[in-house]
Design a protein around this ligand. Structure first.
Ligand code: SF4
Length: 88
């Protein structure tokens, strides 16, 4: 899954500026493999991107968004709105 880095950019990753990816990064399309070591092509410190939750650059994980479906009776809603106006 990890792409091999183009030869002209391999030094960018091997200088120590970029840290290797962590287990949670497995499956991400931004992983670049340089000399059998996997690096993130977007972020220099992948571990810190996962410290507070899901990495916002991750292509393999999406945050769960829970949407509650609340049904509102339009007649009751309009009566409620009308009574709120009268109480003043
Ligand atoms: S974008 Fe995030 S999940 Fe993907 S390799 Fe980089 S740090 Fe890991």
């Amino acid at each position: 899954m990890a792409k091999a880095a183009p030869k002209d950019t391999t030094t960018k990753y091997t200088t120590g500026e970029f840290q290797h990816t962590i287990d949670k990064c497995e499956g991400c399309e931004r992983i670049i493999e340089v000399e059998t070591v996997k690096y993130c092509s977007t972020y220099t410190m992948p571990e810190s991107k996962w410290r507070l939750g899901i990495c916002n650059f991750a292509t393999h994980v999406k945050p769960e968004i829970s949407v509650s479906t609340l049904k509102i009776n339009p007649l009751k809603a309009s009566k409620r709105a009308a009574t709120k106006g009268k109480k003043k």
